[in-house]
Design a protein around this ligand. Structure first.
Ligand SMILES: Cc1cc2nc3c(=O)[nH]c(=O)nc-3n(C[C@H](O)[C@H](O)[C@H](O)COP(=O)(O)O)c2cc1C
Length: 325
């Protein structure tokens, strides 16, 4: 499909996941057939205060395109200023975060706190749209306490937003309970801009069901992609060819884990890579035999050569005894 002039090759989107979806992980997901990518959220306040580390969060490589850079903040003027700053990186989209439930974000009036004030949502969106020629998208939750996403999306459309992502949980729900997909369908019926459905897509069958039940244009996958970029290949194969690709073997998971470590080292250097990779490694190892003890030992190691050697050895032991996950 074409989204605001950009070609999207596959109907599956990588969600912004703070602390997870850095450029290294995003490039891996892209190899597995993700159609559209968003960066993790970046603080508009920090960007306008010229914090280089925040600008680094927004950086991406050409192979990640099409990509949206996500901003959060509570004030229209600051969000517009931040949009001008990230526009210099020439992302395909600038995405506004109206969904984050984290205390440190909502305390300052950003993320899902804005779902209590639809006028503010509209003002912020209009300011960001005006700030640069780059198409603006927005990602929101159902609401703060009750579902207001339909009216919110109508107002966003009115403000010139090119597409919306709906995660149909309220702020109060956090990540508990079930995402009520009916709300995605209601938003789809209430607006004419493309709608990206999000929430609890964990399998190819879930992706198909979400598209069919809600009529949304694209599906977004977040938590299920951690340690599992294969999910994107599985979803695209199922949606586009009706084929169910079996999950990767444990051997394949470890091979990718080791490559992910190598690429982290190339991008960040050894020390940061060892630290960053711990969470990823935990997810790549999920479901393997004798993982708990191995992980404990591994996470005591700070030297990247040791970490790499331990992963290779663990992989060989599993291959030798024929455990394939
Ligand atoms: C660790 C973590 C970090 C997240 N970071 C962001 C973020 O930076 N921006 C955002 O809009 N949503 C963020 N989310 C929400 C996800 O993008 C997504 O909406 C949510 O996880 C529901 O989708 P899922 O069921 O596929 O995981 C985050 C979620 C998790 C679990």
């Amino acid at each position: 499909m074409i989204l605001a002039g950009r070609q999207i090759d596959h109907p599956v989107v990588l969600a912004p996941l703070a602390g997870w979806t850095d450029t290294v992980f995003r490039r891996i997901c892209k190899e597995f057939g993700v159609g559209l990518i968003f960066t993790e959220m970046a603080s508009a306040d920090a960007l306008v205060r010229n914090r280089q580390r925040t600008l680094d969060i927004c950086r991406f490589t050409p192979e990640e395109r099409p990509i949206g850079v996500q901003l959060f903040g509570a004030e229209a003027e600051i969000m517009a200023g931040a949009a001008e700053i990230v526009a210099a990186l020439e992302p395909d989209f600038i995405d506004i975060n109206f969904g984050c439930p984290a205390k440190k974000v909502v305390r300052r009036g950003g993320g899902s706190a804005l779902m209590r004030d639809l006028d503010a949502i509209q003002t912020i969106a209009a300011a960001v749209v005006q700030a640069t020629p780059i198409p603006v998208t927005a990602k929101l939750r159902a609401g703060w306490q009750e579902a207001v996403a339909v009216e919110a999306c109508q107002r966003l459309q009115g403000a010139g937003v090119a597409a919306v992502t709906v995660h149909p949980r309220t702020q109060k729900m956090g990540f508990k309970g079930e995402a009520d997909w009916r709300l995605i369908g209601q938003v789809k019926n209430g607006v004419s801009i493309p709608v990206i459905g999000n929430g609890d897509v964990n399998t190819p069958e879930d992706a198909k069901r979400m598209l069919e039940e809600t009529g949304c244009d694209l599906v977004m996958v977040g938590r299920a992609a951690r340690g599992n970029p294969w999910i994107f290949r599985q979803i695209t194969a199922y949606l586009e060819e009706g084929t169910l690709i079996p999950p990767p073997s444990f051997d394949e998971r470890l091979s990718l884990c080791i490559r992910h470590l190598d690429e982290q080292e190339r991008y960040y250097g050894a020390r940061v890579a060892v630290f960053n990779m711990r969470k990823h490694i935990s997810f790549y190892l999920k479901g393997g035999e004798r993982v708990t003890q191995f992980r404990e030992q591994l996470f005591r190691q700070n030297d990247i050569e040791q970490v790499r050697a331990s992963l290779v050895q663990f992989q060989q032991q599993h291959t030798l005894i024929g455990i394939t996950g």
